[in-house]
Each structure stands twice: as structure tokens, then as C-alpha cells.
Design a protein around this ligand. Structure first.
Ligand SMILES: NC(=O)C1=CN([C@@H]2O[C@H](COP(=O)(O)OP(=O)(O)OC[C@H]3O[C@@H](n4cnc5c(N)ncnc54)[C@H](O)[C@@H]3O)[C@@H](O)[C@H]2O)C=CC1
Ligand SMILES: O=C(O)[C@H]1O[C@H](OP(=O)(O)OP(=O)(O)OC[C@H]2O[C@@H](n3ccc(=O)[nH]c3=O)[C@H](O)[C@@H]2O)[C@H](O)[C@@H](O)[C@@H]1O
Length: 485
């Protein structure tokens, strides 16, 4: 029986391994992590991540052929295939700080594999890593393993998106396997991993290629996806200036089959643990390889995203008589997108910081994010969020006087001067906005960073409404549009 061990029980390791176990009853899968609390949560009724459909998948195979354990070393030693799905955050110090990927967790996992291995292994890069990381890992493994076992390194980047992870894993657009197809050992390793996925993924969707192409394809895919969002967000600023409607423009553009309709929703800015991190990593790789023009091209995607968040804050402050000092502002949604409780790099953090900087009183509601998480995020230094939680410095009392957390969107808006929608949760489309309006200070402002509400209906109720990329409310029209510097 094939034994798989995955190092890292996070948003990727947990769901991907659960899907492998679910689809391959004859494979034993163990997911290990240095965080005992995370492992305990995977073994409990309340999983550590919120992901639609995941509970059922985990429940159907946990304790049968899917196990979660903090006994990292013995399970790694005992396995044939080791997936490494640990954090690869942006470096905060030293060479490449603010851009390069921090491979500390990766390297320590690799050294541990080398130390404990008593048999040959296939080591699979699941984490998103800089191009040529496979070679570095290979060197660590071959130079540190006393038994001189054979290690085959494969790159198998993950393309799931949070909120749709189960569907993405069950029916992926493609599975990518990079390996050394020019050696016999490499070919065997590729075939072994391919055989795992082939249990449920059509053969023509399993792509095999060389290691560097696979590693780069992952960075390229995220860069291109994020670029679409920055492109449509850049258009949203122009739409506001011209009286056009970004949803109509995106619809018209997306009808071109060469462009396609997906990933063209204008927003307050993309968030999530990967888009910014992976583009910065790409920028760093370009700079290190003497390609400053290419680096600058991709840097723009992140710069437009920062501009979009700053522009939103500017709209809020300038609309409300140029000050939000002491005013209660309801924040509807804190997660970086709907159907997840993940807040890493969420646009809400930057928008809240902007409003807190202008001395607003925030009242935040999100159906899946805990108060503790919101307070930690608002207190944390940039880039610190993507480290295992027990290693992140926290100051849970920061900003506490200016931040309150509400149990629903109605409570958040009570007595507020403005509502800002920052996550596109479905429930925000169905709220009783007449009731919300009646409970607010007047004039009542509504800033929709996700284009979820019916602008005309809210204006009829009496709200002054701003919706990203939509024709402007007469109240807002003549106010400055450029972000405050
Ligand atoms: N979150 C996402 O949707 C996606 C993430 N990725 C990539 O996958 C990788 C993992 O991302 P997430 O799962 O989101 O991170 P995560 O932070 O949710 O999980 C990583 C886990 O690895 C554990 N860990 C770190 N070092 C360890 C070690 N030496 N031994 C054992 N456990 C260790 C941490 O405690 C943590 O629980 C990253 O490289 C990310 O870029 C790729 C595709 C999608
Ligand atoms: O490497 C990763 O981590 C993953 O990053 C993204 O997945 P994810 O970040 O989970 O979620 P997305 O659906 O891509 O959304 C990212 C951000 O862009 C925003 N977005 C998305 C689409 C859109 O049209 N407009 C828009 O503003 C979302 O609200 C969210 O803040 C990619 O979609 C995955 O393929 C990839 O595996």
C-alpha cells in the first residue's frame, strides 16, 4: 500500500490530502504539522479552516485512510511520498526583504526529511516556491542523508482557490507535475505521482513537464490572474471618471471568447495569501536575473492593487466632509473573499488601517472571522501574517479603543454614519437596507467595495451610494478622486 505523508496541515495540505484519501481508499494519507492546535482541530468536529463541503470529505475518511498527527518525524520516515505544503511567506528581513520568498520553513522541512529518512522517497513540492527551489532541496537532501537513500524531487503546485477548494480539487482544470523526465528515477517518480491523480483526474488534464517550467507556471498563473483584476480595477477608476459602468464594460469585454468572462469583477482590491506574495517573488526573481523591465511590469499589478485600496479610503473620507474622526463606520466583511474565514492580505486590513488613521470608530462584522483574528490582523506588521501562528508576534490590544466587533450586519450599522462592504458575502445582497438606513446617522453613506448591492434601490431609500466603478452619486461626483498621498 502506498503511504503518503504531507508536511503542513494548512489551507492547502488539509484539503488536498483529504481529497487524495477520499478518492484513493487504498492509499494511507497522514497530514503532519508542528502546530499541535491545528492538528487537534483537524481531529475535532470543528476543522481549523472553513471551506464549503470539506467537513463531509474529511468525515468520510478520517480515521480510515486519512490521519492528522503532530508526530511529524515518524510519519515522514514511514512514507513513500512526502508532500511539503508549508508556508513560503514574503521575507521581512535581510536580503530581498519585502519581495523574496522566505524559505525557512521549507528548508527546515527538507532537513528533517533528510535526517529521518530510512528509505527512498519521492518529495513533492506542493508549496509555491521560487523557480529552481527543487534543486536547492535536492542538494539539502543528498548532502544530509546519512543512509544515502534516493530522493526524487517533483514539483506539483496547487491551483485551488479558497472557498471553492473542494470543487477545485475534485475537478481540477489541470494537475501539473514537474520532474526530471531525463532520468529513469525521475520518470518513475513522475509516473508514481501521476498514478495517484489518475484515480479521478482525466489523463489529458495531468500535465508533465520539467521542474523549472512547473515551478514557474504556478507563479505565472497567479500573476496573470491578479493582473486581470488589476486591469479591471484600473478600468473602474476610469469608469468613475467617465460615467461608465465597470460591470457593463467587463461584461462586454468578457464576451470576447479570447478574453473570457471570469476574474473580471472590479473590487476594493484583491487579497489572499498568495497573489501579492507570488508576484513580489516573481519581481524579485526578475530583478535577480537582470530583467528590471519585466520586474517593473509585474510590480505594477501590486501597485494598482494598493492604489485601489487607497482610492476606496479616499472616497469614504472625502465624501464624509473630509473627516471620519470619531464617526462610527460599519465594516461589512473582513475575509479576503466570501466563503472563507481567511484574512491573509485581505483588503479590509488596509482599508481599516486607512480609516483608523483618520480616527474613525469601526464596527466590524464578518460571518466567519473571529474577533480575535480581526484584532490580531489590525495589530500585526505587514507580511507577519503568513507565519505559523505560534511564531507570529501579536499585540491583541492594539487599536482596541477604535474597533468594535458586531454579531451581524444590522448591529454593525446601528448608529453608524457609513457602511463599507469589503467582502462579497451572499448575505449582504439580501439584507433589509431600509431597516439599516433607519438605524443610521444621516446623511447615511454606503460604500460598496464589492458591487453587491442594488445601487438604485439603496439611493431610493435615501443612502448616498458609492459602488466601485459605477456612475457616481451626485454627492460624490465633484470630490477629489485621487488617493491622499
Ligand atoms: N492558501 C491557498 O489557497 C494556496 C496556497 N498555496 C501555497 O501553499 C503553501 C501553503 O499555504 P497554506 O496552506 O495556505 O499555508 P498555511 O499557513 O495554512 O499552512 C502551512 C502549515 O505548515 C506548517 N509548517 C510550517 N513549517 C513546518 C514544518 N517544518 N513542519 C511541519 N509543519 C510546518 C504550519 O504550522 C502551517 O500549519 C504556500 O506556499 C502557499 O503559497 C498554493 C495554492 C493555494
Ligand atoms: O495560489 C493560491 O493561493 C491561489 O490563489 C488564488 O486563489 P485565492 O487567493 O484563494 O482566491 P481567488 O478567488 O483567486 O481570489 C483572490 C482575490 O481576488 C479577488 N477577486 C477575484 C476575482 C475577481 O474577479 N475580482 C477580485 O477582486 C477576490 O475577492 C480575492 O480577494 C487563485 O485563484 C488560485 O488558483 C491559487 O491556487
Amino acid at each position: 500500500m502506498v503511504k503518503i505523508c504531507c508536511i503542513g496541515a494548512g489551507y492547502v495540505g488539509g484539503p488536498t490530502m483529504a481529497m487524495i484519501a477520499y478518492k484513493c481508499p487504498d492509499i494511507q494519507v497522514v497530514v503532519v504539522d508542528i502546530s499541535a492546535s491545528r492538528i487537534n482541530a483537524w481531529n475535532s468536529d470543528r476543522l481549523p479552516i472553513f471551506e464549503p463541503g470539506l467537513d463531509d470529505v474529511v468525515r468520510s475518511c478520517r480515521g480510515v485512510n486519512l490521519h492528522f498527527s503532530s508526530d511529524v518525524e515518524s510519519h515522514v520516515a514511514d512514507s513513500d511520498i512526502v508532500f511539503v505544503s508549508v508556508n513560503t511567506p514574503t521575507k521581512t528581513r535581510g536580503l530581498g526583504a519585502g519581495k523574496a520568498a522566505d524559505l525557512t520553513y521549507w528548508e527546515s522541512a527538507a532537513r528533517m526529511i533528510a535526517d529521518v529518512s530510512t528509505s527512498d522517497k519521492i518529495v513533492v513540492e506542493k508549496s509555491t516556491v521560487p523557480v529552481t527551489t527543487a534543486e536547492a532541496i535536492e542538494k539539502i537532501l543528498t548532502h544530509n542523508n546519512p543512509g544515502k537513500h534516493d530522493f526524487q524531487i517533483l514539483s506539483n503546485p496547487e491551483f485551488l482557490a479558497e472557498g471553492t477548494a473542494v470543487a477545485d480539487l475534485a475537478s481540477p482544470d489541470r494537475v501539473l507535475i514537474g520532474g526530471r523526465g531525463d532520468t529513469e528515477g525521475g520518470r518513475k517518480a513522475i509516473a508514481a505521482l501521476k498514478a495517484v491523480y489518475a484515480r479521478w483526474v482525466l489523463e489529458d488534464r495531468i500535465l508533465t513537464m520539467n521542474l523549472w517550467s512547473a515551478e514557474l507556471s504556478k507563479l505565472a498563473a497567479n500573476a496573470l490572474l491578479a493582473q486581470r483584476i488589476s486591469s479591471v480595477n484600473a478600468m473602474s477608476a476610469l469608469c468613475e471618471a467617465m460615467g461608465a459602468n465597470v460591470s457593463e464594460v467587463a461584461y462586454a469585454v468578457g464576451k470576447d471568447s479570447r478574453i473570457g468572462p471570469k476574474f473580471l469583477s472590479a473590487s476594493v482590491g484583491f487579497g489572499g495569501s498568495c497573489f501579492q506574495k507570488d508576484i513580489l517573488n516573481l519581481v524579485y526573481i526578475c530583478e535577480c536575473n537582470g530583467l528590471p523591465e519585466v520586474a517593473n511590469y509585474w510590480k505594477q499589478v501590486v501597485q494598482i492593487n494598493d492604489y485601489q485600496k487607497a482610492r476606496f479610503v479616499q472616497r469614504v473620507v472625502s465624501s464624509m466632509f473630509n473627516t471620519v474622526s470619531g464617526k462610527r463606520i460599519a465594516i461589512s466583511g473582513f475575509a479576503f473573499k466570501k466563503d472563507t474565514g481567511d484574512t491573509r492580505e485581505t483588503a479590509a486590513i488596509d482599508v481599516c488601517h486607512g480609516l483608523l488613521g483618520d480616527k474613525a470608530q469601526l464596527s466590524i462584522y464578518d460571518p466567519q472571522v473571529t474577533e480575535e483574528q480581526m484584532r490580531r490582523d489590525l495589530a500585526m506588521a505587514k507580511f507577519d501574517w503568513d507565519h505559523p501562528q505560534h511564531l507570529v508576534p501579536s499585540s491583541p490590544t492594539a487599536a482596541s479603543g477604535q474597533v468594535a466587533v458586531a454579531w451581524d450586519a444590522y448591529a454593525a450599522a446601528k448608529g453608524a454614519h457609513a457602511v463599507c462592504v469589503l467582502t462579497e458575502w451572499d448575505e449582504f445582497k439580501k439584507l433589509d437596507y431600509q431597516r439599516i438606513y433607519e438605524g443610521m446617522e444621516k446623511p447615511a453613506f454606503f460604500f460598496d467595495g464589492r458591487n453587491v448591492v442594488d445601487v438604485d434601490a439603496l439611493r431610493k431609500i435615501g443612502f448616498i451610494v458609492y459602488s466601485v466603478g459605477k456612475p457616481l452619486d451626485p454627492w460624490i461626483k465633484d470630490l477629489p478622486a485621487a488617493p491622499l498621498s
